[in-house]
Design a protein. Structure first.
Length: 588
């Protein structure tokens, strides 16, 4: 083996790893929309969780990626630790699919139909179809499908290149001696674990082992411990992903490591005993690509059969290793690990936005209540909720920007844009709640009192703001277009009402009917209530625009306001409900 073979080997290995990464990422994007319904079935029990882990990992072709996803789900509260254990066990079986696909390269037959099963026969066709989909199709899903095919073709080409580069090693005595050393089971396990930890993919390390198998120098006895060690090495990715996560996420990562270590120790002990007692001749025979795939599958299935009844023991073990007292519980709702599965990350963003909307609405209602009966407890609650919405906007906004920068579907992109626009309005509503509270505190601290007409007017405009707040929140929470359509006409009425009440206040002030200090507080209140209504209109407008796939914010509302008979009818209805009689001063 000369320098050119080494360079070819490096190039083949690079293509193989790049193709596997490219294919895995595209598979995750392509399957992302279907992953959440799959995970929702976890509550059915151990077998359902096991099958889910097998299915997801077989689809995305990486147990490391599947386990990192699970760690993220546990960290964000989407999944319990017990559910995660069953998923992780299934992931170990699902990852064996890659080895079976790669073993097809070892098919050797003169039959034309059998030869068509060889990757070298159908890979060029897949690459051709993939490049057409990737370069000439505009849809994200079709481009992802093209990327999957190109990734698979690249990894198979890399596999064939590696196999060709190392084929000459069959005649090198030093190479043979190296793998004779790995007949020591402990050294074999260490070699497999280190290789897999370095490249962070058991599927890739098994593929490399299959490529080396063409030399004929790797015996079954050497390959079996190496395959066992690969399962331990693949845990590195999950362990790294748990750094900075909450205790349950750390436990999920530790489950992956514990499961593979216990399974490897048990199977390695049985293998060593079998080898010592029976000394079978086949352990000295060269292993084939198919033999590696079979060994990989049998080992992982045996580990799962052994550990599945002990899932409760695993849960207790990792709970003892990461006890509750070690660190405070941190509920990380937006875990960056979920960004690898955009549809699930976006759903989590929506839940945080819903919580933010409810918090903002609650703070405004409490602020209106403080005008009727001020208390320090109410003031503390309003300010606490405003702080929470500030924090939510910062964290959620940053997370949505990161999510939007990822390759996501058009529907997910629209939803992310919608949430980015809405969270600012929710935060501003909470800000106005604090402003209203400030007016209530000023009236309370200075002993100021609103006149009887001003109290009636405040009750009227406060009722209108409560109504528009309820409608806008309902429109967002339920994508209720009927509720959204009622917001803008009411917002217009509140804007007109504010100007009417300002005029009435000036008239009272001219007649000496109220004090200047109380008047300043009153005008501030009117401004904050009117601005709150404007933000509610923004929310409803965004819901309507997004329902019509219109990213030009409020274009739909402008159209409705100009041409809709329903708008005019609702505007007239709210005008009658919140109008004042100049003579009586009463709303009605």
């Amino acid at each position: 083996m000369d320098i050119f073979n080494i360079l070819t080997l490096i190039g083949g290995l690079s293509l193989f790893l790049f193709g596997m990464s490219l294919m895995g990422q595209a598979l995750e994007r392509r399957a992302g929309d279907r992953l959440r319904p799959l995970f929702e079935k976890l509550a059915a029990g151990k077998i359902a969780g096991l099958l889910t882990g097998i299915g997801v990992t077989a689809v995305i072709q990486s147990s490391s990626a599947a386990t990192v996803m699970v760690v993220g789900f546990v960290n964000s509260g989407l999944m319990t630790l017990r559910q995660a254990i069953n998923i992780i066990m299934g992931a170990n079986i699902g990852t064996t699919v890659t080895a079976w696909i790669l073993s097809l390269a070892g098919i050797d037959s003169g039959n034309v139909f059998v030869r068509l099963l060889k990757p070298s026969s159908f890979t060029p066709i897949l690459a051709f179809v993939g490049i057409i989909l990737y370069m000439f199709c505009k849809g994200a899903k079709k481009r992802d499908t093209g990327t999957i095919l190109l990734g698979f073709a690249t990894l198979m080409f890399g596999m064939e290149t590696m196999s060709g580069a190392v084929s000459g090693l069959r005649d090198v005595p030093a190479f043979q001696q190296m793998f004779l050393m790995f007949k020591n089971p402990i050294l074999g396990v260490l070699a497999g674990a280190v290789l897999t930890a370095i490249i962070q993919s058991s599927s890739a390390s098994v593929g490399i082992l299959q490529a080396l198998a063409v030399t004929g120098q790797i015996s079954c006895g050497a390959a079996i411990p190496i395959i066992m060690g690969q399962n331990i090495g693949t845990c590195v990715t999950a362990m790294l992903s748990a750094v900075g996560a909450n205790k349950n996420a750390k436990r999920a990562a530790l489950v992956h490591l514990s499961f593979n270590i216990i399974g490897t120790v048990a199977c390695l002990s049985a293998f060593a005993l079998f080898k010592a007692v029976l000394q079978p001749d086949f352990l000295n025979d060269p292993v084939s690509r198919l033999g590696i795939a079979v060994t990989h599958s049998v080992f992982n299935v045996l580990c799962t059969i052994l550990m599945l009844p002990l899932s409760g023991f695993l849960e207790r073990l990792v709970t003892a290793l990461v006890p509750d007292a070690r660190e405070p519980e941190v509920f990380a709702q937006l875990d960056e690990r979920l960004l690898a599965t955009p549809s699930i990350a976006l759903e989590r963003c929506h839940k945080v936005a819903v919580d933010m909307a409810e918090t903002a609405a609650s703070s405004l209602k409490e602020a209106l209540a403080s005008l009727e009966g001020f208390s320090s407890d109410l003031a503390a609650s309003i300010r606490e909720k405003e702080d929470k919405t500030d924090q939510d906007e910062d964290i959620l906004g940053t997370y949505l920007v990161k999510l939007s920068a990822r390759p996501i579907s058009e529907a997910d992109s629209r939803e992310a844009a919608k949430l980015l626009k809405l969270i600012g309005d929710f935060e501003r509503i909470a800000d106005h709640a604090v402003n209203i509270l400030g007016s209530a505190e000023e009236l309370e601290n200075k002993g100021l009192r609103l006149t009887a007409p001003a109290k009636e007017e405040l009750a009227a405009i406060s009722e209108a703001v409560r109504d528009i707040l309820e409608l806008s929140v309902q429109a967002f929470l339920k994508d209720d277009l009927t509720a959204a359509a009622k917001v803008e006409p009411l917002g217009q009425v509140i804007g007109r009402l504010k100007e009417q009440l300002r005029t009435r206040h000036i008239l009272r002030l001219q007649k000496g009917g109220c004090t200047i200090d109380a008047g300043f507080a009153w005008l501030d209140l009117l401004t904050d209530l009117e601005r709150t209504a404007a933000h509610c209109s923004n929310i409803a407008g965004c819901v309507i625009d997004m329902a019509h796939d219109n990213l030009n914010l409020h274009q739909s509302l402008r159209d409705v306001r100009s041409y809709s008979e329903d708008f005019q009818e609702r505007y007239a209805k709210y005008t009658r409900k919140y109008s004042f009689s100049a003579a009586s001063g009463k709303v009605g």
